[in-house]
Design a protein around this ligand. Structure first.
Ligand code: GAR
Length: 200
């Protein structure tokens, strides 16, 4: 069984997609063992609770030093003994010690077709604002393994989404979520659970 830990910061619609896929039996031999949020007010924690999944908050605001926060985050991850860590809208730069401990076992969902509109500063709505600003006609989402860089790890799945005339950033964000993110994130977890994607 693949023990999955999900890290979140906000609304948790991607977390919900994973929960729903697990309930529907679409994640293979997988169990979501814990949800970690860096934000105590994240609605994602409510979603975890409603699904009967343990939710834990590790907020940087509770620690004077960044290293202490990183230590607490690693401890909360280790406690869950995960086989796979899923970053589902987790807006924290992943500490190096987490990446080295869980090398090739961390995946992230990004709301664009990497290498477009990714890297430092591109997260959430900002990604869609940049895509509209540039005038692209196709955007999408990417699931990739996490390495030391920002959005630089090996790509697992991508899905394209059409940009429509007159889209607002929020309209585009919702279409990318519905048509791409909520589809490819559970699909990537299933590929890993089935042993069809591995690294290293
Ligand atoms: C999602 O669109 C996800 O792709 C994005 O944050 C949103 C979280 O929404 N992640 C990034 O931008 C990471 N660089 P959710 O909390 O409703 O799943």
């Amino acid at each position: 069984m693949l023990r999955v830990l999900v890290c979140v910061s906000g609304g948790g619609t991607n977390l919900q997609a994973i929960i729903d896929a697990e309930k529907a039996g679409n994640l293979g031999d997988t169990k979501i063992v814990r949800v970690i949020s860096n934000n105590p007010g994240a609605y994602a924690l409510e979603r975890a609770k409603a699904a009967g999944i343990e939710g834990v908050c590790v907020s940087s605001k509770e620690y004077e030093k960044r290293e202490e926060f990183h230590k607490a985050l690693l401890a909360a991850i280790n406690e869950a003994k995960p086989d796979l860590i899923v970053l589902a809208g987790f807006l924290v730069v992943i500490p190096k010690e987490v990446i080295s401990t869980y090398r090739n076992r961390i995946i992230n969902i990004h709301p664009s077709l990497i290498p477009s509109f990714c890297g430092t500063g591109y997260y959430g709505l900002k990604v869609h604002e940049a895509a509209l600003e540039r005038g692209v006609k196709i955007t999408g989402a990417t699931v990739h393994f996490v390495d030391e860089g920002t959005d630089t790890g090996p790509i697992i799945l991508q899905k394209a989404v059409e940009v429509k005339e007159g889209d607002t950033p929020k309209e585009l964000q919702l279409r990318v979520m519905q048509e791409a993110e909520w589809v490819i994130l559970p699909a990537a977890i299933k590929l890993i659970a089935d042993g069809k994607v591995t690294l290293g």
